[in-house]
Design a protein around this ligand. Structure first.
Ligand code: ZN
Ligand code: ZN
Length: 193
């Protein structure tokens, strides 16, 4: 769709990408382009007829559709996840590596602990990174992290118990997972720029 049919964005001409918006003057432009223009120029007028936009229209322009928000949050969350991983897993593996150096061998319990921590890490750090990227309340994100960590711990414990490797009390695993989960969610917040 182009500008001639009155549906496309007059700035980038890409109605599919730019989420067209039509104020009362009848001219059409995309929300994304208009947001950028308003931010850079400090002006709030239609680019075609220079009519001032109402507060309501500005608010509607600044409303980003959910799908676009999800993409934006995900893009922001990826580096946060990466930094959380490098801090947490880096420290974890370095700790176990120094244990191996000191003891001369890696005991099976350590191997299970590494695997459990890594298994719990992935969902919880993802929750923390997404929460931090979305500017969600920290209490909500650490709570979700704790819940996910507890579930992750229990699932992992069940898996190793089924294999007959280890059988730790469900409560201990649940609390341990929840603690790691909450701490990791907080770490993800700290890993924001
Ligand atoms: Zn545009
Ligand atoms: Zn206009």
């Amino acid at each position: 769709m182009g500008i001639t049919d009155g549906v496309g964005c007059i700035i980038c001409h890409d109605s599919a990408q730019c989420n067209p918006f039509k104020p009362t003057c009848g001219h059409t432009f995309g929300r994304s382009c208009m947001q950028r223009w308003m931010e850079s120029s400090g002006q709030r007028n239609c680019l075609t007829c220079t009519r001032q936009l109402t507060d309501d229209e500005v608010e509607q322009i600044n409303q980003i559709p959910l799908s676009e928000r999800v993409v934006k949050i995900s893009i922001k969350a990826i580096p946060i996840f990466g930094r959380t991983a490098s801090i947490y897993l880096g420290g974890l593996y370095a700790g176990f590596a120094s244990g191996v150096v000191l003891n001369g061998s890696l005991n099976p319990a350590s191997v299970i602990a590494i695997a459990a921590n890594t298994a719990v890490f992935i969902p919880v750090a993802a929750i923390g990174a997404l929460g931090a990227a979305a500017d969600a309340p920290i209490g909500l994100v650490t709570g979700a992290g704790a819940a996910a960590g507890a579930c992750g711990g229990v699932v992992f414990n069940h898996a190793v118990a089924t294999c007959g490797v280890l059988n730790v009390s469900g409560t201990v695993v649940c609390l341990g997972g929840a603690t790691i989960g909450a701490a990791l969610a907080l770490l993800a917040y700290e890993a924001r720029e």
